[in-house]
Design a protein around this ligand. Sequence first.
Ligand code: NAD
Length: 269
Amino acid sequence: MKIATVLRDDHHTRNVDQELRKLLAQKTECPHIFIEPGGDEKPDMVFSIGGDGTMLEAVHQYGFEPFYVGIHTGHLGFYADWHPDELDDLVEALVNNEPVLAEYPIVSCHIRTKDGQSIEKWTLNEVVIRNATLSSLVVSVCINDAEFENFRGDGLIISSPSGSTAYNKAVDGALLHPSIEAIQVAEIASINNMSYRTINSALVLPKHHHVDLKISNPQIMLGLDREHAVWENVDSITCRVGANKIKFARYKKLTFWGRVRKAFIVGQE
Ligand code: NAD
């Protein structure tokens, strides 16, 4: 099996990585090849060791083919089930148990610029659109090619089901189970008065629906998971449920709602 590890850049995380490699070599019979970052080789399994941000980096580095397992070296991570104290149990489970495979939908994002460029992106958590300055973002929103509303406010978040527990949650979006193939459009501080009006509720769009966001601002701040940049002359952005999914190998009996409870209500019990 070809294995890659993606690490948060700190001493504790590097120690956990070394310990994991040692245990895998000791306890498993099949030889493992550890892939070095930056090469062309494709791993079968990727361990993200760090936080949720590390998992986001891992999925953007290795894409849709491998299975992902998360080990959290900081506070409890939403994508990371395993604590470094449990490495023995994790390696035991890898050797002896069949994992439950969880496939998480992504947001696919098609960006068109005013000078005719067409750029495809995808995110595991969300696409965030904000004005690049402190003035309002102005966006004409169409759903399935029909006019829906004119948005004016701080920004819009288009999240996946697993991203619904991230930035989307902070703006009162709903939490979606990742078995629901949908995207959610949530507002950040919309202006609602006698001149401007938006729905002011999060919208959940099923697979095969799409939302077109026609941008009026000359510059926007675009967030694609961890990647944030100012984009010039964006004409429109179309988001829909992506065709691919990110595959997680689960060796613990922790459900999505169990993870939500642990992450937001009770912490590590
Ligand atoms: P970060 O270091 O700013 O941490 C953001 C927090 O979001 C961390 O606690 C992380 O564990 C948590 N998080 C990330 N993905 C999550 C998920 N799917 N479910 C629940 N919690 C999640 O940034 P980072 O660690 O690089 O993570 C990037 C993410 O941060 C973005 O994708 C965005 O969702 C989130 N974010 C949230 C807010 C907010 O809640 N106001 C603002 C900006 C970014």
